[in-house]
Every structure is written in structure tokens, then in C-alpha cells.
Ligand binder design. Structure first.
Ligand code: NOJ
Length: 512
């Protein structure tokens, strides 16, 4: 396990929308470099940058045309290397986004694979043997190439699946996972990983990490074997590099060699009940645990989180995030006092927390038409709001040229309006992250255990030797403490008296 992960706090950057330094209306690497001190000042010491590689951008860059060349709209490979160097100067680490499950249909490997004549790349993607032979059980495309056959898709139509083989073979066109051409795909992806690691990148967030081997068994044995092989390579050649899976099944991903996995929003699962919870309610409204009037029950989260955490805490980190580029921003359902409590919880839990750019100021989810395959996700991908100036400080370009419009609300939150206000969300985020860095017991490894989880009462939990308590409700609450202690941090009012803790409405406390 790379040592730096123990106290890592990640900041996710959607590069399109972070900071534009050349006035073309789209963010760039120089913009990220200029804002590194801001990010460090926030308390984030690591970055995850969404795909920044050459791409036709039909899925915001998750359709990679060239893994080894950055998209010119963000700068050059040299600019990205400078970003690595500048981050390292500030003791920060940078994860790039690896998309191993598919490429763009414009990738050179795919173009070669489409040719009628057999070549080195013919099997880089799974194809059936005849133009009218469907790829049964998979989304597929036919009729687009000189090769007679149809190919399998991994996501959108623009994203043909790479071929890592089939765990269970039920059609003659499917290759086994140990076929040399499937192994060649895995080796090609390791080659891509080495390319950026050699240039100074510190690891990868791995897109759809569970998707590699098709017809896999329930345990994902085929796909897990590939990641175990990748991890061996990393341990041998890049022991300080980290990989985080987009998987959300730590019992699979962390045991397969990932250092981290994310607890992702999904159909009313534990994480979603914590942050949103509209899925479980017929009114479609937000019932997040942190909502003042929701009568929150933390058990909905714990029942899902705890078994996964307990089973995997020796293997790696099951990480919590404020939101990401695929979900609606938490500000959609939570107001500022509620967001403070949500972040207090997320930033004091085990694993490495991930903060999505703009969530630190409570940026809103905007209702916008789709951009680059974003659909509903587009509303969470708007330009960062730096100040009250032109385009809210995102770009000197004309408003019409912006990648996406900035929040038009007169009270659109900005960094400059919040940075000198001790009561702002931004200041609360900074205070929480500073506390986390100060207290080893709040970092990735220290144990987590619940103390009191009864619905309608404060949620009380341990991190190492510290006791933490959250009262999301609108009324004062009292709870008992396992031992007398002193409040070392609070949001809202908190008073400890011997074995009892009194928490004001919507408050949070850390007790030593
Ligand atoms: C997950 C990514 O987070 C998402 O943005 C993308 O559209 C799909 N994978 C496909 O790569």
C-alpha cells in the first residue's frame, strides 16, 4: 500500500470546467497548475483528473482515441508533465483516469481491427465471424466496417469493448482469457499505464474496472485475475503508484489488488440513502440522512457499508465521495447547513475521501441540455465558480464560447465570496480537512465502529480513540458517551459533560 494514501484527500477535476487560462472557453492544464495552491489550501493533497486524452469527446473523453497523447484543448504532454512536477513540489499526487474497457471507435487499434484483412489488432476487440451473426447477449454494432462481423460495445455506441477474453465461452467467436491476443490487450493497457507513470503520474482511477472479461462468473474471477496481474506489475515497478476502481464492490476489487474502491450511488443503496435517497421514496424528493426534516436513519447506510468495510479493511480503502461527474451534485437536495454535516461525516470516515470540484462551495446542479454525452450528468459539469467577475472567474473568453454556461443565479456560490467568511461551507471544508490531517485517528487506517445508531437520535461513532457524533435533526439532542471527554471540534453547538453530550440542532462534534 503506497504510504501517501494514509492521509490522502482527493480532489476530482473535470478538466473541461476547472480553469481556462487561454480564453478559449475550456479548462486547461495550465489552469489546474495555477490553482494547485488553492486545492492544497483546501486540504486536498491528491488529484483525480477525468480523462484528458485525445478523443472525439462523444463521452466527455471516456472515448479515448490515443492513450498516450493529451487532448490538444487541454495543452500538450509537456504541460501535463509540468502539472505532475508542480503537484509533486507541493507534496501532492496526481491520478489520471484509465479507461481500459473500451476505446473510441476512432482509436487506431479499432480502425485496424475493422479491416477485412487479418492483422495484429483483429482480435483486440471481440467480433463475431459474420456480418449477420449477432453478438448474442451483448450490445453490438454491425454494418460499419469492411470486416464481416459485428463488434461488442462496452457503453455508448462510440465505445467498442476491448477484448480481454470470455470467461465462459458459449459462441465460437469468443476467445478464452488466456488466448495470446487477449493477453496482448492486457499488456497493451499495462504499457499505457507505464507510459504516464514514467512521466510522473502517481496512479489511476480506473473506469468500469469490473467490465474487462466478458461472460465472467459472479465473483468476476476473470477480471480479478487481470487486476491481480496489474497489481503485481505495479508492486514490482511502481510501488508508490495507486489505483482506485470504479467498481463499488470492495470484496471483489480490493481483493483483486486495487488500493481503493468507491462507494457509488446506485438504486437506493447505502451511499445513496446517505447523500440523496430519492430512489426509495415515491415522492422522488431528497430524503438524505443529513436532511433536517427527514428523520434520518443511519442504519440504511451502515447495513450496506459495514459488511464491505469490515471484510476489506485489511486489503485497501472503500472510499466515500461528495459526488462525481456522473451524479447530481449534493447541493441539489441539501442546503448549506446540511451539506456541512454531510461533509463532516464523509471527511471523518476511513479510506480516502474524494471531493468533487465545486462541492466545497456548494455549487448547484444546473438543468442543462446534454453536452458530450453527459445527459443528466451535464448539470454537474459546469464551470468552477471562482469569483464575481466575468464568467465567474472561469474564463476570459466570451460567454457564448464557454464549454458550459456558468450558474446564472445572482447568488451563485463562489470561492472569493466564501474564503474570508469563517462560517461558509468552504471554510468548514478547510477546517474539517485540517482536522483530519492533524488527527491520525481520522485518517484512512484508523478503525471505525458505531456506538449509537438509533433513528431519531444522534449517530455516535468511533474513529480510533476519538468519538464523533452527528445530530442532523432540527432539535437539541442528548446522548451518552462511552467515557468522559472533551469536545475538540464542532459544527453548531456541542457540550460534553461527564458521560453525556448535548448537541444543538444540526451539529457535529469530535470528542477526545
Ligand atoms: C464511467 C464514467 O465515470 C462515465 O462518465 C462514463 O460515461 C462511463 N464510465 C463510460 O466510460
Amino acid at each position: 500500500m503506497p504510504k501517501w494514501l494514509k492521509d490522502a484527500v482527493f480532489y476530482e477535476i473535470y478538466p473541461q470546467s476547472f480553469y481556462d487560462t487561454n480564453g478559449d472557453g475550456i479548462g486547461d492544464f495550465n489552469g489546474i497548475i495555477e490553482k494547485l495552491d488553492y486545492i492544497r489550501g483546501l486540504g486536498c493533497n491528491a488529484l483525480w483528473i477525468n480523462p484528458c486524452f485525445d478523443s472525439p469527446f462523444k463521452d466527455a473523453g471516456y472515448d479515448v482515441r490515443d492513450y498516450k497523447k493529451v487532448a490538444p484543448r487541454y495543452g500538450t504532454n509537456e504541460d501535463l508533465v509540468r502539472l505532475f512536477d508542480e503537484a509533486h513540489k507541493r507534496q501532492m499526487h496526481v491520478l489520471l483516469d484509465l479507461v481500459p474497457g473500451h476505446t473510441s471507435e476512432e482509436h487506431e487499434w479499432f480502425r485496424m481491427s475493422q479491416k477485412a484483412e487479418k492483422n495484429e489488432y483483429s482480435n483486440r476487440y471481440p467480433w463475431t465471424n459474420f456480418c449477420f451473426e449477432p453478438a448474442k447477449g451483448f450490445p453490438y454494432v454491425g454494418g460499419e466496417s469492411e470486416r464481416s462481423g459485428v463488434y461488442v460495445l462496452n457503453f455508448f455506441k462510440c465505445q467498442p469493448a476491448l477484448n480481454y477474453g470470455f470467461y465462459r465461452i458459449d459462441q465460437p467467436w469468443q476467445l478464452p482469457v488466456d488466448h495470446p491476443d487477449c493477453i496482448a490487450t492486457r499488456e497493451a493497457m499495462k504499457d499505457v499505464m507505464r507510459f504516464w507513470l514514467d512521466l510522473g503520474c502517481d496512479g489511476y482511477r480506473v473506469d468500469m474496472a469490473a467490465s474487462l472479461v466478458k461472460n465472467d462468473d459472479e465473483k468476476k474471477s476473470g477480471t480479478c485475475a487481470i487486476w491481480r496481474n496489474v497489481r503485481e506489475m505495479l508492486d514490482r515497478e511502481y510501488p508508490e503508484a495507486a489505483i482506485v476502481a470504479e467498481w463499488s464492490e470492495p470484496q471483489q476489487s480490493l481483493k483483486a489488488g486495487f488500493h481503493m474502491d468507491f462507494f457509488l450511488n446506485g438504486g437506493g443503496n447505502g451511499y445513496s440513502t446517505l447523500m440523496r435517497d430519492y430512489e426509495n421514496h415515491p415522492d422522488g424528493a431528497d430524503h438524505s440522512y443529513f436532511k433536517k426534516d427527514a428523520g434520518g436513519d443511519i442504519n440504511a447506510f451502515l447495513k450496506d457499508y459495514l459488511p464491505r468495510y469490515l471484510d476489506t479493511k485489511e486489503d485497501g480503502y472503500f472510499c466515500l465521495l461528495t459526488c462525481n461527474h456522473d451524479t447530481r451534485r449534493p447541493r441539489l437536495g441539501l442546503d448549506i447547513p446540511e451539506l456541512k454535516l454531510a461533509y463532516a461525516f464523509l471527511f471523518t470516515m476511513p479510506g480516502a475521501p474524494f471531493l468533487y470540484y465545486g462541492d466545497e462551495i456548494g455549487m448547484r446542479y444546473l438543468d442543462l441540455p446534454t453536452k458530450e454525452g453527459g445527459y443528466f450528468r451535464t448539470g454537474s459539469r459546469t464551470p468552477m465558480q471562482w469569483n464575481e467577475g466575468k464568467n465567474l472567474g472561469f474564463s476570459e473568453g466570451s460567454a457564448d464560447d464557454l464549454y458550459l454556461p456558468v450558474d446564472p443565479a445572482p447568488d451563485a456560490p463562489t470561492v472569493s465570496a466564501q474564503e474570508n467568511d469563517p462560517d461558509s461551507l468552504l471554510s468548514t471544508v478547510k477546517a474539517l480537512l485540517a482536522l483530519r490531517h492533524r488527527e491520525e485517528d481520522l485518517q484512512a487506517d484508523a478503525d471505525f465502529a458505531q456506538i449509537q445508531t438509533k433513528a431519531g437520535q444522534p449517530f455516535v461513532y468511533h474513529r480510533g480513540s476519538l468519538v464523533l457524533a452527528i445530530n442532523p435533526s432540527g432539535s437539541e439532542q442528548t446522548c451518552s458517551l462511552p467515557a468522559p471527554g472533551e469536545v475538540i471540534f464542532s459544527i453548531g453547538s456541542a457540550k460534553a459533560d461527564k458521560n453525556s453530550l448535548t448537541l444543538g440542532a444540526q451539529s457535529f462534534a469530535v470528542i477526545r
